[in-house]
Design a protein around this ligand. Sequence first.
Ligand SMILES: [Zn+2]
Length: 470
Amino acid sequence: MLKRKDVVKADSLFRIGGNAATGPWGPALLALALLLIPMAAATAQESGGRGQQMEFIRDAEIEHIIRGYAQPIFHAAGVDPDAVDIILVQEDVINAFVAGGQNMFIYTGLLQECDNPEQLVGVMAHETGHIAGGHLIRGRDAMDNASAEALLATLLGVGAAIASHQPGAAATVITGGTGMAENNLLAFSRTQEGSADAAGMRFLDSAHITAQGFHDFLQKLAGQELLPANRQVAYTRTHPLTQDRIDAVADHLQASPWKTAMLGPAANEQFQRLKAKLIGFIHPALALRRYAPGDPSIIARYARAIALYRQGNLTEALPQLDALIAQEPKNPFFYELKGQVLMENQRVAESLAPYRRSVELLPDSGLLRGALAQALLEAGDPRLIDEALRQLQFATRQERNSPFLWRLVATGWGRKSNDGMVAYALAEEAVAKGDRAMARSESERAERMLPAGSPGWLRAQDIRAIVDAH
Ligand SMILES: [Zn+2]
């Protein structure tokens, strides 16, 4: 995966600004296990004049874990898991909300605040209650409707852009996403909160998961409501917290046959690794303080290996990573991390083996295949291009709207001097970015150059038809 440094300014909804995905292919754009997508800062009037930037994380392991927890909840709620986008916002803020129908935003600060997976699952069950109830996040009373609408549209824009898991979605947004949710501007109503709680607890019961985590999480946040406003937890503002709510959850818990049904040690281990990974990536120095060098647990060693690599200390990071791999030779994410560390440090040829292994171990992950494909292309060996294109064919099926992956496809075909397919891939990239003009010109170019009736030619026709229809 990759990190985008571009901060794109967009001055209207759904308009693409800048060229986030067309920048130079330098090492700065190379893979990071965490994909950080800075969102548009822009004017940010709504967020109190502060420049705001929303960053999204894509990470195969973290998404795998969170989706695994969410699965039984979605199932209990009768919600199609594939229709819900879980969007990770990289910010040290305790918040989570749903917007734009089925987009569930979870902040990394909330993940860090949860002590165990039961707390996170409780929060997700509540959010799923909002989804199942069709609740719309709304502006606070103090705001005029027009602003509330605009803010909601902004969130919808974010959601729509990310809906299909795309790095370059960055470009589609818009003002002040983060500040809105933090600054009290958007909230669910108290009635909606009660109903989302009730639904969430029902889902937990049918999934045979205790609501204890949800109760503990609310209780913990309640204790923080006495803090000064600027330090208050954003979550309690998007989801107004009352003693009544906590009492209702406590009552339900007492009566529930699943009161003590925890997710189990394996789920807990996963969750602690998820937290370790986030801290290692986002706050390496803190990770090195929090996880002691002598701690033999995989959690601690994982956090430290990531933190050391993030600090550029490969001498220590790589042996630690190798030791982790030796201990868990079937863990795809350890190999992925090793591939990433090597690739980012100009050891691309060496990164191929671990990347390939990660894909073997978790073949369903479009993110892992995309990372491998990038390494194959970076290796600069013409014999590897076909393999890269094969991986990308799979990856783009799953991550259809990732401009970054389509750009890799274009790069691969470019190396094979197939200008028609380059044009086709650039047209797909433009679609993913919402760049209508480019989608039209590249699809027309592809149609001219590709053999009539070939798959690329047909798809280019489809793209032009879609563009014309809008
Ligand atoms: Zn809520």
